[in-house]
Design a protein around this ligand. Structure first.
Ligand code: NDP
Length: 280
């Protein structure tokens, strides 16, 4: 079998167009503020892309760039100001943060109703208990991709490789909410290849280049590769050995051009949802 490609760029572009159309009909511009601390080069690229996408979709978007030596107290004061600002609907603090700042303290300081990243413990708890709330952008984007690929979710055996708060755990919760039978596997799992081979839907989010080999993939599975790994040559690859995995999968996301573009589109979707919920 040669897998069908799930085109994240196209799905993300369609979602962004739909969001822009909804924004145009609102009568106000949803406000997004992205806070960046320090000079991490990858963060610089992400933040510019987020800002550009938000502006293209009609949002009132701006980046607040603070110096690397910013203290935790100073960052918390910036977040508190954004929480209070009625024109701001979504707040995103770009990770990673410099070592003097505790990411958990900052994540917990963002007002849950403006938590565009969906990382606040209250939103994580809502997701885990099946209540509506803001959902982390990357796993939300994966759900859009699965639906766009006409993947049948109820009853499907889904395996999520990775258990981070940003991707793996919320991914598993979303699949569970969609009535999949979900297994989470991680660095202490005994037989990873065997667990992965059981998957009808396999989502890899480990951060290890091409770790998922072709024979870890069941014939006919849908494979979603969240990983973004830069090789010494500069090339970007996912967590899945794309060539061999495509020989067995029915559908697969490429890297780049798969999950990556969905993350930004879902940030816009979250900010729009937050704006509508806040402003009625
Ligand atoms: P983390 O490092 O936070 O988590 C990685 C997870 O993978 C952990 O749960 C870890 O297990 C597990 N893991 C690591 N090594 C192994 C191994 N050898 N065997 C089994 N499990 C292992 O990463 P993130 O979740 O933040 O990101 C994962 C990948 O997704 C990265 O490549 C990242 O760049 C990418 N990413 C892509 C995004 C996008 O927009 N496409 C957005 C966010 C992330 P344990 O918990 O046991 O240590």
């Amino acid at each position: 079998m040669t897998a069908r490609l799930i085109d994240g760029k196209a799905v993300a572009a369609e979602l962004r167009r739909a969001i822009a159309a909804r924004v145009a009909g609102l009568g106000f511009r949803p406000g997004l503020r992205v806070v960046r601390v320090g000079e991490d080069p990858a963060s610089g690229v992400y933040v510019r892309n987020k800002d550009k996408a938000a502006q293209e979709a009609g949002f009132d978007s701006a980046t607040i760039h603070l110096p690397a030596e910013t203290t935790e107290a100073a960052l918390l004061a910036v977040v508190a100001g954004l929480n209070e600002d009625p024109s701001v609907d979504g707040i995103l603090v770009q990770l990673p943060l410099p070592p003097q700042i505790r990411a958990e303290a900052v994540i917990s300081a963002v007002a849950p109703e403006k938590d565009a990243d969906g990382f606040h413990p209250l939103n994580a708890g809502r997701l885990a208990s099946g209540q509506p709330g803001l959902v982390p952008c990357t796993p939300k984007g994966v759900m859009h991709l699965l639906r766009a690929a006409d993947c049948v979710l109820p009853g499907a055996r889904a395996v999520v490789l990775g258990r981070s708060n940003i991707v793996g755990r919320p991914m598993a919760q979303l699949l569970l909410a969609a009535d999949c039978t979900v297994t989470i596997v991680h660095s202490r799992t005994r037989d990873l290849p065997a667990e992965c081979r059981r998957a009808e839907i396999l989502v890899a989010a480990v951060g290890r280049p091409a770790m998922v080999q072709g024979d870890w993939v069941a014939e006919g599975a849908t494979v979603i590769d969240v990983g973004i790994n830069r090789l010494p040559s500069g090339r970007l690859v996912g967590d899945v050995a794309f060539g061999p995995a495509s020989e067995r999968a029915a559908a697969i996301t490429p890297v780049p051009g798969g999950v990556g573009p969905m993350t930004i589109a879902c940030l816009l979707e979250n900010t729009l949802e937050a704006a509508i919920a806040r402003r009625g």
